[in-house]
Design a protein around this ligand. Structure first.
Ligand SMILES: [Zn+2]
Length: 388
């Protein structure tokens, strides 16, 4: 039996407690949480930092880790994708080498579970090591209806290599999947009761693609050689276009939402109460140099999760770094709330909230210390994660 004392404890469910002792038995299970000093004073470790649960990275692309520092910043998503496509490799050894390092970094940064996008099987062997819990979203593309069957079959091949209950087929973005492909993905997710995740409203150009059938996204897809003659202006945002086409009951996570409006959020949540909103602030700044309207999301009681996206668009895979960015731009966000987004909400989205994402008696002690946490202001500013 051992005890950890912390001046500030965040439980992952939005609560904060002060001057707390956490009792952990020899099996690593939390057996007590109290503010009175335990009798066994020689078994107490006094920590200077705050304690929070280990984190969930709700959106990552482990297989793009080899692109760290390669793509220019602040050029917008369309130039970003063009650069990314030019730099892509299918050299498995290179992908695996960098993914392995990235996984280690995530572990050291207090991440315990990942909602990870895969377009290939290059990282499957790394995920099998189970150093982290992974739910793999096999991501499918195909704007031309004629490509739907082929894209789906390729996706199924990948899906079948993954452990049951820890994988989904998922659409890439509203502008990169046909209605036919979406229907196949939806049916598969319903059959497997699997969650979905989709990149949404990452740029103004994405909305313009649907509203007016013009703009940078339209041009990029057109230049890619895809026939857009049947693609008409809908006068709807990307969210208004996509949300009604996704399943109404499955857990669904919209990722980025940098240009999502109150109307979009209200619509998506009305259509599906199991809607999650994943924020990847450091990536949004890297690519578009803008952030989602967080006060608006809070006003709608949005279920928010946090992700790092990939090392192609982020200097680090660290959820605490994402929390710090959010608190810097939105000082009204309390650390307790950000911790909830980083832990319990992500675990709920991945369907592992019974075992991950909060600190409570009877649960496995998956604890992270926030070193250099400012206990006076309760702000993250200089905080860095350390696994206990
Ligand atoms: Zn992404």
């Amino acid at each position: 039996m051992r005890y950890y004392h912390t001046p500030t404890l965040f439980d992952g469910l939005g609560n904060v407690a002060f001057d707390m002792y956490i009792g952990v038995n020899n099996e690593g299970i939390i057996t007590s949480l109290c503010s009175t000093t335990p009798v066994a004073t020689n078994a107490i470790t006094y920590l200077k930092g705050a304690i929070m649960p280990a984190m969930v990275n709700a959106h990552c692309h482990l297989e793009l880790s080899y692109l760290q520092g390669k793509i220019s910043k602040h050029n917008g998503i369309n130039d970003f994708i063009t650069e990314l496509e030019n730099l892509k490799t299918n050299h498995t050894k290179t992908i695996q080498h960098h993914a392995q390092i990235a996984q280690k970094t995530m572990c050291n940064n207090g991440i315990i579970a990942v909602g990870d996008i895969s377009n290939t099987d290059a990282t499957f062997a790394i995920k099998e090591q189970q150093q982290l819990y992974y739910h793999t979203f096999v991501e499918l593309y195909g704007f031309s209806p004629s490509r739907a069957k082929t894209a789906y079959t390729l996706g199924l091949d990948l899906f079948n290599q993954l452990p049951k209950g820890k994988a989904s087929l998922t659409p890439h973005a509203p502008y990169s999947v046909s209605k036919q492909l979406l229907q196949l993905i939806n049916a598969h997710c319903k059959l497997n009761n699997a969650p979905l995740t989709i990149h949404t409203q990452e740029s103004k150009a994405e909305n313009e693609f649907f509203e007016f059938a013009t703009g940078k996204t339209f041009n990029r897809i057109h230049n890619f050689g895809i026939d857009l003659t049947a693609h008409m202006a809908t006068h709807q945002s990307a969210m208004q276009y996509i949300a009604p086409q996704l399943p109404a009951t499955l857990r669904t996570q919209y990722v980025h939402n940098t240009f999502t409006t109150a109307h979009d959020v209200a619509l998506a949540q009305t259509l599906n109460p199991n809607t999650y909103w994943c924020l990847c602030p450091n990536t949004n700044i890297y690519i578009e140099n803008s952030l989602p309207n967080i006060p608006m999301l809070l006003h709608h009681n949005a279920l928010i999760t946090l992700g790092t996206d990939s090392l192609a668009s982020n200097d680090q895979l660290c959820i605490v770094a994402e929390m710090k960015t959010l608190q810097r731009y939105y000082p009204q966000l309390t650390t307790a709330l950000l911790v909830q987004w980083a832990t319990h909400n992500g675990a709920k989205f991945l369907g592992i909230d019974m075992s991950h994402g909060n600190i409570a008696i009877g649960r496995k002690a998956q604890l992270v210390e926030l070193q250099n946490f400012n206990h006076e202001t309760q702000c993250l500013v200089e905080a860095t994660p350390r696994v206990i």
